[in-house]
Design a protein around this ligand. Structure first.
Ligand SMILES: Nc1nc2c(ncn2[C@@H]2O[C@H](COP(=O)(O)OP(=O)(O)OP(=O)(O)O)[C@@H](O)[C@H]2O)c(=O)[nH]1
Ligand SMILES: [Mg+2]
Length: 312
């Protein structure tokens, strides 16, 4: 019973968040396909609509080409178009929907969260910690964003909410040294997971790259296989910016998966489709709000149907 309520409210929130993307996208499709044959001009317009909805040119072209293969020259209605696209988008997203698998032989399993300022790293880390703590895992947090005192305070609040200890160092300390101590401590405590927050100063790319490389290097002095998951946090409201962030961060660290946040408030929900198609990275979770329960596994069917405004 609870599960049904939970699913419904999450689905509602996702739909609400995507409603700006969805209404522009679906209104345009409705206008285009009111009593119309699927000819080349219609296909070109459909491609433009999908690009405008942030799906990206390559993905839009692929979707339209696949769609045209079956329907070209036939009469189509707008709801057939939406249904068909929702199905295609779901298929395209399916391979990307891979939740993070925690290797329990790692004690602790070390997760590093990276991403630009404001992407939602600290919030996401707090939500992840709460989720794992709820499952009875022993989780330690490390405030690796030593650049701002406020960042440390913010993580402390999340630590309290999740009931997890937070490892901190004074503002301006070396982030790698903190990560090292946190791993030492987590290991000594027999923790299952260590989650490390980082600063997101992409404007100083070399500085950030050096910092991330150093964090990795010192962690590996203790555990040669750490970090076990490096996750890139992306803010969906930034639309196509997400692509340049993926490229920039992949030049700096080996990214194992993506977390897309703020889908509850995004007018740019289509960006997830392009990301999934282009980088083949797992989308391990999505953020749909600011509270502790607002991190969810990525569900391609729900997502595709919410985006295309197709019920259930
Ligand atoms: N609506 C909504 N807001 C979110 C979500 N995730 C994060 N936020 C908000 O986005 C803002 C930035 O989040 P942070 O977690 O501080 O982002 P950060 O990446 O740690 O930022 P820096 O530490 O400055 O690099 C905060 O106000 C969060 O509450 C989400 O899924 N939905
Ligand atoms: Mg932060």
């Amino acid at each position: 019973m609870t599960e049904i309520t939970e699913t419904t409210s999450w689905w509602q929130r996702l739909k609400q968040g995507l409603s700006k993307s969805t209404s522009a996208l679906t209104q345009n499709i409705t206008q285009l396909f009111t009593h119309r044959k699927l000819d080349q001009a219609a296909l070109d317009e459909l491609e433009d609509i999908l690009i405008a909805a942030d799906l990206g040119p390559a993905t839009a072209a692929k979707l339209v080409a696949d769609f045209a293969e079956n329907r070209f020259g036939k009469d189509v209605t707008d709801s057939e178009v939406k249904d068909a696209l929702a199905g295609q988008i779901e298929q395209l997203l399916q391979p990307a929907a891979r939740p993070l698998v925690v290797d329990e032989s790692k004690q602790p399993f070390v997760v590093l969260l990276v991403g630009v300022n404001g992407a939602g790293k600290t919030t996401t880390l707090g939500k992840m910690a709460a989720g794992w703590a709820d499952q009875g895992k022993k989780v330690v947090l490390a405030a690796g964003d030593t650049f701002r005192a406020a960042a440390v305070a913010q993580l402390r609040v999340w630590g309290e909410r999740a009931g997890c200890p937070v490892f901190t160092a004074p503002e301006g300390s070396d982030a790698a040294a903190l990560a090292y101590k946190a791993l030492e401590h987590a290991k000594a405590q027999g923790a299952d997971l260590l989650l490390i927050d980082t600063a997101g100063r992409l404007q100083n790319k070399q500085g950030l790259m050096d910092e991330l490389a150093k964090i990795k290097r010192v962690l590996q002095k203790i555990d040669a296989s750490a970090p076990h998951a490096t996750l890139l946090v992306l803010d969906a409201t930034g639309g196509q910016n997400a692509h340049s962030q993926v490229k920039a961060f992949r030049e700096m660290v080996a990214v194992d998966g993506l977390i897309v946040t703020k889908l509850d408030g995004s007018a740019r929900g289509g960006v997830v489709v392009g990301l999934a198609e282009q980088y083949k990275l797992p989308i391990v979770a999505v953020g749909v709000g600011e509270t502790i329960d607002d991190l969810k596994p990525f569900d391609p069917r729900e997502y595709a149907r919410a985006l295309m405004g197709v019920e259930g």
